[in-house]
Every structure is written in structure tokens, then in C-alpha cells.
Design a protein around this ligand. Structure first.
Ligand SMILES: Nc1ncnc2c1ncn2[C@@H]1O[C@H](COP(=O)(O)OP(=O)(O)OP(=O)(O)O)[C@@H](O)[C@H]1O
Ligand SMILES: [Mg+2]
Length: 181
């Protein structure tokens, strides 16, 4: 599903990734561990083309991501769910609207289907009561759980989780890990 070969990422004279390779077969779950600032988030962003390594190759489902045209990249991104480290919810949208957003972009469900899917996802992360709230009214952990629900709502082939349980209490963290599995 993902095949990374010898990538190199530098910000001015600060080398962040050098000679990083990673192979992720279909059906597997891979955890990337490392100290703060070593480049875990940079690696994930590179996989979906939010950052472009200066050298190396990143193939996703057989397609080379580095140098890909924006239109192709958009298409490829439909296969991904992405839980950003800092939730990245749309601040001007309610929880419901945040979850509807990716579904409407993919446009394969009816209105009733969308409503049902949103409610089902919120049940999974135990946030049904927050459906009409704005992100500013949620705690950090609640935002994280909404971000997770949004990442998996379209049933993507690949899900990237950037620190999905950081800042959560141990009970919620365990539930999130179970959900990921
Ligand atoms: N857009 C950018 N411009 C310049 N430097 C960046 C950029 N993004 C990341 N960096 C630098 O790259 C390095 C790795 O950052 P990254 O966010 O990948 O770390 P991380 O391993 O995810 O850390 P944490 O565990 O704290 O989330 C850091 O030194 C950071 O300052
Ligand atoms: Mg990070």
C-alpha cells in the first residue's frame, strides 16, 4: 500500500529526514515511534503530498506521490483518512458539518445516508451529544475524537493517525486504540 524509499527532507539547512525507507503491506498496522521533533509528522505529511521531499520515492498503491499533479493528488487523497496531530477541525462548522464534509466531497451517499453515517460515527467515539456543538465548545480530547471520526467516516483504504491518543486519559486512549484496530 505504501512504499517509501530513501527519502530526504530538509528545511533550509535543517535536515529532518535522511535515508528513510518504509514498506507498509496491505492489511497491516505500522507504528512510528520517535522523540519529539524527529520528523514523524513530516513523514506522514509527505505520504499524502502535503510536503514534498527533495529526494527519494513515495509510492502509494503503486503511484508515485513525489511530483504528482494536484488533480491526481486530490484523487489519491480520497483513499486516505488523516488524523492530524492538532485535530484541524473546521472552526466555523459544527461537529455534524465537520463530519459531513468529507462525505459530501466523495458524494456517494444520499442525504439520509449521510445523516445516518454521521450519527453512527459519533456513537463510535461516544460523542452523539456533541453533534450540534462548535469545535470551540469541545475539550482537546473531544476534538481529537471528532478528528478521528472524520478521518474514518468515508471508510478509506489507508488511515494515517498522527498522535491519535496524545493528551487523552488512559481509558479514552484505550478505547481509541481499540477503535483504530
Ligand atoms: N513546514 C516546516 N518548515 C520548517 N521546519 C519544519 C516544518 N515542519 C516541520 N519542521 C521541522 O521538522 C522537524 C520535525 O518536525 P515534526 O513535526 O515532524 O516532528 P515530530 O516527530 O512529529 O514531533 P512531535 O512528536 O513533537 O509531534 C522539527 O524540527 C520541525 O521544526
Ligand atoms: Mg508530530
Amino acid at each position: 500500500m505504501i512504499d517509501i524509499k530513501d527519502i530526504f527532507v530538509r528545511f533550509e539547512d535543517h535536515v529532518v529526514l535522511s535515508g528513510v525507507s518504509l514498506h507498509v503491506p496491505k492489511g497491516s498496522a505500522v507504528v512510528i515511534l520517535g522523540r519529539s521533533g524527529v520528523g514523524k509528522s513530516v513523514l506522514l505529511k509527505s505520504i499524502v503530498g502535503l510536503l514534498t521531499p527533495q529526494r527519494g520515492s513515495i509510492r502509494v498503491m503503486g503511484q508515485e506521490v513525489i511530483g504528482m499533479k494536484p488533480s491526481q493528488l486530490n484523487k489519491l487523497r480520497k483513499h486516505f483518512g488523516y488524523v492530524f496531530q492538532y485535530s484541524a477541525l473546521f472552526d466555523s462548522m459544527t461537529v455534524r458539518e465537520n463530519l459531513e464534509f468529507p462525505l459530501r466531497r466523495h458524494a456517494y451517499l444520499s442525504e439520509e445516508g449521510i445523516t445516518a453515517r454521521v450519527e453512527e460515527q459519533l456513537k463510535l467515539v461516544d460523542l452523539v451529544d456533541a453533534i450540534d456543538k462548535m469545535p470551540s465548545e469541545l475539550s482537546g480530547g473531544m476534538k481529537k475524537r471528532v478528528g478521528l471520526a472524520r478521518a474514518i467516516i468515508t471508510r478509506p483504504d489507508i488511515v494515517l493517525y498522527d498522535e491519535p491518543t496524545a493528551g487523552l486519559d488512559p481509558v479514552t486512549a484505550r478505547e481509541i486504540s481499540k477503535l483504530i484496530r
